[in-house]
Design a protein around this ligand. Structure first.
Ligand SMILES: *Cc1c(COP(=O)(O)O)cnc(C)c1O
Length: 356
């Protein structure tokens, strides 16, 4: 029988979240608690009229919307079919067979998958208190390290590294290693965007963002990044031509221009998150402070987390198990509307009270 190439044969499939029973409350994929901008939905409906045509391969209007909103050069912006496409393309372009890609201990797992696809070696540096450590990352860099991935704020821990620390990481990294800062949750963080965007000017740093979280457009599959010109040129060779459907481009461009809606829903999400976290903290859980639309809930052991996961599913609530992240004792809960979070907190507390 025909065999796949060795790197693919050796791979485990990407672990997608088990959706649980029909009708369950799903708080497992960091989807937005609120809908996208109404003007985005209207723009998406209008774009349906062009369904017979290929989409704009240069994402002109979408790039213009991003560039205007963030004060960036549209020439440095590239868009992907989700930021996952951009992560995959970066690794294929810059890490070949045997090259090393470095991440943080509980970094975003899709990076490991993309490394496996490319035959690259994925290594991690330890974290402290569920938080990436710039010192540990610097210590783990070797001559073989081609790329360093830092997800900030981080999935699945929710924690963040201060921008000053990220700037120090870049300054102390070898100049021939590429730093990729995955800012999928940056809109939930109150740190200024500009100092990190400015890093792209150096030629050795890429910033990635997505419409899937703060803009409530996970289904549209649109991510974007700020790329040094030379890196952008290589990326274009790897991205699928016509990678983003016209409807998705229209949804994303209008969502980007409706900054008030995004600010409103991220603010409300953060408020619900902080109430939920305070309630769990009062009940005795040590939930790390989060700058995202989810929280990480640590249990006493992997066994306790597994039992809670099963009991929650029994009660119709689906969270994300974290064993793949080396956090088998944790569950990750996406922030939903207040009533859903009350139901989750009630259920968690009831489960804890029945377990000795
Ligand atoms: C959700 C997420 C992404 C974005 O994925 P899309 O492909 O844009 O939907 C990227 N990185 C991290 C860490 C995420 O959590």
């Amino acid at each position: 029988m025909i065999r796949p190439v060795p790197a693919i044969a050796a791979m485990a499939p990407y672990a997608v979240s088990d959706p649980g029973p029909a009708g369950a409350l799903r708080l497992n994929q960091n989807e937005s608690a609120f809908g996208p901008s109404p003007s985005a939905l209207e723009a998406g409906r209008m774009a349906l009229a062009t369904a017979a045509l290929y989409p704009d391969p240069a994402w002109r209007d979408l790039r213009a919307a991003i560039a205007e909103t963030h004060g960036l050069d549209p020439g440095q912006i590239l868009c992907g079919a989700g930021s996952m496409e951009l992560i995959g393309a970066l690794i294929r372009a810059y890490a070949g067979s045997g090259d090393v890609v470095l991440g943080s201990a509980h970094g975003y797992l899709f990076v490991a998958t993309a490394c496996a696809q490319a035959g690259a070696i994925y290594r991690t540096a330890p974290e402290r208190a569920y938080t990436a450590s710039v010192d540990a990352l610097l210590e783990a860099i070797t001559a073989e390290t081609r790329l360093v991935f830092l997800c900030n704020p981080a999935n699945p821990t929710g924690t963040r590294v201060l921008s000053g620390e990220v700037l120090r990481l870049r300054a102390e990294m070898p100049p021939d290693a590429l730093l990729v800062i995955d800012q999928a949750y940056a809109e939930f963080d109150d740190q200024e965007a500009r100092p990190l965007f400015a890093l792209a000017e150096r030629g050795d740093t890429v910033i990635l963002r997505t419409f899937s979280k703060a803009y409530a457009l996970a289904s549209a599959r649109v991510g974007w990044g700020l790329f040094p010109t030379a890196i952008g040129q290589e990326m274009r060779k790897l991205l699928n031509p016509n990678n983003i459907p016209a409807v998705s481009q229209a949804l994303a461009a209008a969502a980007m221009r409706d900054t008030a809606h995004m600010a409103e829903i991220t603010h409300r999400t953060a408020e619900i998150r902080d109430v939920f976290r305070a309630r769990l903290t009062a009940a005795g859980w040590a939930v790390p402070e989060s700058w995202t639309n989810f929280v990480l809930i640590p249990f006493a052991s992997a066994q306790a987390a597994g039992a809670a996961d099963a009991a929650l599913r029994q009660a119709g609530v689906v969270l994300r198990g974290m064993a793949g992240y080396g956090l088998g004792h944790c569950l990750r809960a996406t922030i939903g509307p207040p009533s859903d979070m009350e139901r989750l907190a009630d259920t968690l507390i009831a489960i804890r009270e029945c377990t000795p």
